[in-house]
Ligand binder design. Structure first.
Ligand code: ZN
Length: 285
């Protein structure tokens, strides 16, 4: 199944994408795409539904983050060898874990806002892993049973904030709008192998990243098991699993995003995103 949430920001409605790629409403069945829906029990119940019987949603509404209940937005750094090389950083011997603040979450096609006074805005297409069942000290062999599904993530990064303000990356990873997620939450049963997912990203139509999750240093099951040693992973928690090579920072000369640039990214299995870069308004709220 492919879950979506559509409508104006903050007022999204639950839906799913049918076999023909059409958007259908789930509003009569569920209140929102939360853990009661994408968790194992919810998925089992919804499988009884015939998507063809659900109302079609007219037009092309805005899409939001395709699920709610993200208590943690965890990210993994330098999880592809070629990306570690282009970043001139050592190949990690254990996963590099950092956070994206949950306030950075935004819809897959919402604008990305460049913070005032910065000039090193960069892109990172990634496989996102959505937890469906609580995980604590799980074994790698059991880890995927705790995964509800997968989604596309752009781990938008401001490199000056990430790398020039201290040893922690968080300030450059979690600015508002730095977490486009979606368009879909694709349930685990619909992905034959999470280590065989194609990923690509273009800037203004020029191909920048082409990768496949088979090249990850630490795979999905390992990452879920590893993280569960240090924290309780809750249903809805989201893990961005690292980016393949081709980020702006690694180009010679570096190429950073400017207002007006358009970033498109996608995966045959996970759908596509499109973001226009804009300047963030410089005012207190
Ligand atoms: Zn990343």
């Amino acid at each position: 199944m492919k879950f979506v949430r559509y409508g104006r920001a903050g007022l999204e409605q639950p839906g799913l994408i049918d076999a023909q790629g059409r958007l259908r409403s789930l509003s009569a069945q569920v209140r929102d795409i939360d853990a009661s829906v994408f968790g194992p029990t919810g998925q089992r119940a919804l499988r009884q539904l015939d998507p063809e019987q659900l109302p079609l949603v007219p037009g092309r509404p805005r899409l939001g983050v395709p699920f709610v209940g993200i208590s943690k937005f965890i990210a993994i750094g330098l999880n592809y060898r070629d990306h570690a090389n282009e970043a001139h950083m050592a190949i990690p011997t254990s996963p590099i874990v950092f956070n994206k603040w949950t306030t950075c979450l935004s819809g897959p096609n919402d604008a990305v806002l460049r913070p005032p006074g910065t000039h090193k805005l960069d892109w990172e297409v990634e496989l996102g892993v959505v937890i469906g069942r609580e995980a604590r000290f799980v074994r790698e062999a059991d880890a995927l049973k705790h995964v509800a599904g997968y989604c596309l993530v752009n781990d938008v990064s401001e490199r000056a904030y990430q790398l020039e303000l201290g040893s922690q990356w968080g300030l450059g990873k979690g600015c508002d709008t730095f977490g486009p997620v979606g368009p879909w939450l694709v349930t685990r049963d619909a992905i034959a192998d999470p280590q065989d997912i194609d990923l690509w990203l273009e800037v203004n139509g020029e191909r920048m990243q082409t990768g496949n999750t088979r090249d990850m240093i630490f795979g999905v099951a390992y990452l879920v098991a590893y993280l569960s040693r240090y924290m309780t992973l809750r249903p809805g928690d989201l893990i961005a699993t690292g980016t393949p090579p081709g980020v702006g920072m690694g180009r010679k000369p570096p190429r950073y995003l400017q207002p007006g640039d358009v970033v498109t990214l996608g995966s045959p299995q996970l759908g596509t995103q499109r973001q226009t870069i804009r300047s963030a308004p410089q005012r207190p709220v």
